[in-house]
Design a binder for this molecule. Structure first.
Ligand SMILES: O=C(O)CCC(=O)C(=O)O
Ligand SMILES: [Fe+2]
Length: 943
């Protein structure tokens, strides 16, 4: 046998763990024998732990393990959860749309088999070269060997076992390559495996002892090294696993999806936008966690699983993971951890606080959530209220190509455990008459997508300082909304300021009795919430976990901190600052956790914990119906964005005049004549000539008076520059005319006529249109995404970023044609020429809506664009597209201030003249309240 020892790491290894033979080097016989001797001497030196408290892996335990293998290995599917309406709407700065720049997700074709080989910065030990027929390059073969975690090796050394190196089993006689001992079925077979299958495939692994005998006895050459779903596993790994009585590596498991539950979800949605626009507790377009000011409101389970995520006890216990610190893997584009997660990070901190304070949190599941045992039948469902019952830290191996933290080959990954809040009764998906799968039924092996290294990318979405409308909405939420089965609080429960109830009972840490309880302290390493050093400051949650779990905790002999036994395979110190962190206590002592060994949760740990009395559901997961809200007039409804129908469908409000369900067609709270808003209600203080603010880009300003009808016209020339070498020549890009009428009677009538028309017609008039490109600044979001404002396009087709349906002039309401006539008249009298407008876009803004930076310069656009303002005032701003300006002296400066900012009042008209204006400048309109604008253009559709 030849011994091929390799070490690869971007970091230099400590002297005691320096490989004798460099990575990729073919070892000489001398080197091999020196190495063998050294290893031989070290082999027995594994530290025996104080009597191992790990469960003895008896035949029956092993058999049990084999019957219920871990559900926890990662499967993930990148999903598309980000938003950013483009062009005129894409850049909108609605806080709900705020985008985080550190996006780490990327859409990818679904259904593609991907295999992620976990790779570690490790000291590799390869026992023997692969059989000849293995076509893998040498480097790949070396990586296929079991990689002993270098950090773990160092940790072992630090623990007193100097110069520990993995024990190498005695040389084995060669034999022909044999099929792998694992029973990974052929891919093709697995691919075809029926999703109806409810049985777990049994592994063919025999009992550990028999397996060991088999391996050693047969003297196999190193068997296939990627025998477990891409998880490397060398002979040495196998031997260690067997002597340490660790279970056989398990297959990556996949949930067998059952049909949707018979009970319909209380709230469900087809797009991320529907969730975010209807649910006060989930407004995160990009993050899995919706949070604000360290309060977590909603947590979405979707793609991007992490190792040991689990859905257990029919969903009453869900273990997920902290998000953040993730990136796309440079070569596989999968999302992997790129840094440690820590309690200082906002998302982690928020979840830790939720655990500490026992604030309930709503869990939602997306169709990409692999562990969901049933088909949701839609894109998202709301599961219900949970409380964070435990958090702890695991070690997640550093993915290949990702920089490892100094001295370690793993990152810290937070695990978060959620328990169902019992006061909701049974979860809605559990129906005694339905075939809700049992925990054991819900898995099947899946080899297509091994991804032990994936991580989540839960990002908050740059939340608004005060989640817009959240508090108002929550205050308004009836305790029990329109459906009793909505998992809301029972009638009579209080809504505490619209926020998850703070704990009522004081933290038990203040209770002197707690200090006397050893089990209290012992609970701390189920993360005592943000305590790197594991002090116990708020042990309430942890204590109860200990009580409830009935699992012995152990005091780590190294850091003297307690950690619960979470995994069936053995106890491990969960204090990530401890050298003994994540080393498994087995019957042969401390053992690094070999890749491919999928730890299993201890059943006792996994038991559903009854809800502490202090955990109260603060409000219904069903928001109120529009009809139950106090009327806010036409423009400022509390829920202009969306509502949840009686059928549970979360709907974006796509019509202005009524809340119409896209699923069942039911309408709610249709507006009537009584809702029509007269302009005087909205008109605020007059302006002084439009309160204009200008910068150097405005070359010239003029004020003119017009008669019949009397009006003031302000003219702004916007600069353009042409550079000839370093010589800047000033030009004019275009002119903006702001026409302020003395009287607004005509506009008053128009404003009311628009509303009148909208409430009286059966056909939807003002609608929110779908964005053509459903892409965010970074990534697309799931489902259709609607622009924010409501529009109505008349005349020529206007092919801008949203899907507009154009109504001919003949079929357009009279108010639209009157607005067009007014704009034609104003253009003629200000410019002295006919503006050949053939299109008019009426835009309705509810309170809080706006049109962000954009230009109107689409193909075939004529040089004149005129718009009429009706209703609330708005600020219209212009800024250069090239914001970095080159100065005549060759320097550059950023043009941060808008070139021109004017206040548009009811009845004002703005005319933009000059096609270069659209090319060089962009504009934005921010209304102060309910407003309608009608903008006329000429569009040559032949172009
Ligand atoms: O709301 C406005 O006044 C102008 C809207 C606008 O810029 C547009 O429709 O392109
Ligand atoms: Fe515009």
């Amino acid at each position: 046998m030849s011994l091929h020892l390799t070490g690869h790491s971007s970091h230099s290894l400590p002297p005691h763990s320096q490989p004798l033979i460099e990575y990729g080097q073919i070892p000489s016989t001398d080197q091999l024998s020196r190495r063998s001797k050294r290893l031989q001497g070290q082999r027995d030196a594994l530290i025996p732990l104080p009597p191992p408290k790990c469960p003895r892996l008896t035949r029956s335990t092993a058999a049990k393990l084999e019957r219920s293998p871990s559900l926890l290995d990662d499967l993930s599917d990148d999903n598309n959860e980000d938003i950013g309406p483009h062009s005129r709407v894409e850049k909108e700065e609605d806080p709900d749309f705020s985008l985080v720049t550190s996006i780490t997700r990327q859409s990818k074709p679904r259904g593609k088999n991907r295999r992620v080989e976990p790779t570690y910065n490790t000291l590799d030990v390869e026992v023997e070269p692969l059989p000849k027929e293995d076509k893998k390059p040498a480097a790949a073969r070396a990586h296929s060997a079991w990689k002993v975690s270098r950090a773990n090796v160092s940790a072992l050394n630090a623990l007193g076992l100097r110069d520990w190196t993995p024990a190498i089993p005695p040389p084995l006689p060669k034999r022909a390559s044999r099929p792998d001992a694992s029973n990974a079925p052929p891919k093709s077979k697995l691919k075809k495996s029926s999703t109806k299958e409810t049985e777990l495939r049994q592994r063919t692994d025999t009992t550990p002892l028999r397996e060991l005998t088999e391996i050693i006895g047969t003297g196999s050459t190193v068997p296939t090294l990627t025998d477990h779903l891409g998880i490397s596993s060398s002979l040495f790994t196998k031997v260690l696993r067997i002597i340490a009585k660790l279970p056989a590596p398990v297959q990556i498991l996949k949930v067998i999806k059952h049909p949707p539950p018979k009970t319909r979800p209380p709230v469900w949605a087809e797009s991320r936008q529907e969730l975010c626009e209807t649910l006060p507790y989930y407004r995160a377009y990009q993050s899995g966690l919706y949070m604000h000011a360290k309060m977590g409101y909603g947590y979405l389970l979707d793609g991007f699983g992490a190792p040991r995520d689990i859905w257990a006890h029919e969903g009453r216990v869900i273990i997920s993971h902290g998000g953040g610190q993730s990136t796309h893997h440079p070569s596989t584009a999968r999302v992997v951890l790129c840094d440690d997660q820590s309690s200082e990070q906002a998302r982690i901190d928020t979840l830790l606080q939720a655990a500490r304070n026992r604030t309930p949190i709503v869990l939602l599941a997306g169709e990409g959530y692999e562990l969901l045992p049933w088909e949701p039948g839609c894109t998202y469902v709301v599961l219900g209220w949970y409380w964070v019952s435990a958090t702890w830290v695991e070690a997640e191996p550093v993915a290949q190509g990702i920089e490892a933290p100094a001295g370690r080959d793993y990152h810290h990954r937070y695990k978060i455990r959620f328990d169902w809040i019992d006061t909701q009764g049974d979860p809605w998906w559990i129906d005694e008459h339905s075939s809700t799968p049992s925990d054991e039924e819900i898995v099947e092996k899946m080899v297509e997508e091994a991804s032990p290294d994936t991580s989540s990318d839960h990002y908050d979405s740059g939340l608004p300082l005060v989640p817009s409308g959240l508090e108002d909405m929550l205050k308004l939420l009836p305790v029990s909304s329109h459906k009793e089965n909505c998992n809301g609080p029972a009638p009579g429960h209080l809504i505490v300021d619209g926020l998850p109830t703070p704990p009522i009972t004081p933290p038990r840490a203040k209770d002197p009795m707690d200090h006397a309880s050893p089990s209290l302290r012992s609970a701390s390493s189920i993360e005592p919430i943000g305590h790197d050093k594991c002090e116990i400051s708020s042990p309430t949650t942890a204590t109860e976990i200990i009580d409830a779990l009935d699992r012995p905790e152990q005091i780590c002999p190294t850091c003297k901190q307690p950690s619960l036994q979470i995994y069936l395979e053995g106890w491990t110190c969960l204090i990530h600052s401890c050298p003994q962190f994540w080393l498994l206590s087995t019957c042969i002592g401390l053992t690094p956790i070999p890749p491919g060994i999928s730890l299993t949760y201890h059943p006792s740990f996994l038991r559903h914990m009854s809800t502490p009395s202090s955990v109260k559901i603060p409000y219904s997961i069903l928001p109120p119906l529009p009809t139950t809200l106090p009327g806010g007039g036409m423009g400022d409804r509390n829920i202009w964005k969306g509502f949840v129908c009686e059928c549970g469908r979360a709907n974006c409000r796509y019509r202005w005049e009524t809340w119409e369900c896209r699923h069942c067609g039911k309408q709610f709270g249709a507006l009537t004549n009584a809702d029509i808003v007269p302009p005087e209600v909205l008109n605020s203080a007059g302006t002084l000539l439009g309160n204009a603010l200008v910068n150097d880009d405005i070359l010239q300003t003029e004020i003119k008076r017009l008669s019949s009808p009397p009006a003031t016209v302000l003219t702004y020339q916007l600069q353009g520059s042409v550079f000839l070498y370093s010589l800047a020549l000033l030009t004019i890009s275009g002119v903006v005319y702001h026409i302020i009428p003395d009287f607004t009677a005509h506009s008053d009538a128009l404003f009311q006529a628009y509303q009148q028309e909208a409430v009286s017609t059966q056909d939807p008039l003002f609608q929110r249109r779908a964005l053509k490109a459903n892409t965010g600044l970074f990534l697309p979001v799931k489902g259709q995404t609607l622009a924010q404002h409501f529009t109505l396009n008349s005349g020529a087709e206007y092919k801008y970023a949203v899907d507009t349906v154009s109504v001919s002039f003949e079929d357009s309401p009279a108010c639209v044609m009157e607005a067009l006539a007014l704009l034609r008249t104003e253009a003629l009298r200000v410019l002295g020429e006919e503006a050949n407008f053939n299109e008019i876009l009426s835009v309705l803004y509810c309170q809080g809506q706006k049109m962000n930076w954009h230009d109107d310069g689409e193909e075939g656009l004529g040089p004149i664009v005129a718009s009429l303002s009706l209703g609330s005032q708005a600020t219209m701003s212009f800024r250069r597209k090239t914001r970095r300006l080159r100065l005549p002296d060759g320097q550059t400066k950023v043009n941060a201030v808008p070139s021109l900012s004017i206040t548009l009042s009811h009845g004002d008209v703005v005319i933009m003249q000059g096609d270069k204006l659209q090319r060089r400048y962009e504009h934005r309109v921010v209304p102060k309240g309910f407003r309608i604008a009608a903008t006329a253009r000429y569009i040559d559709n032949a172009q």
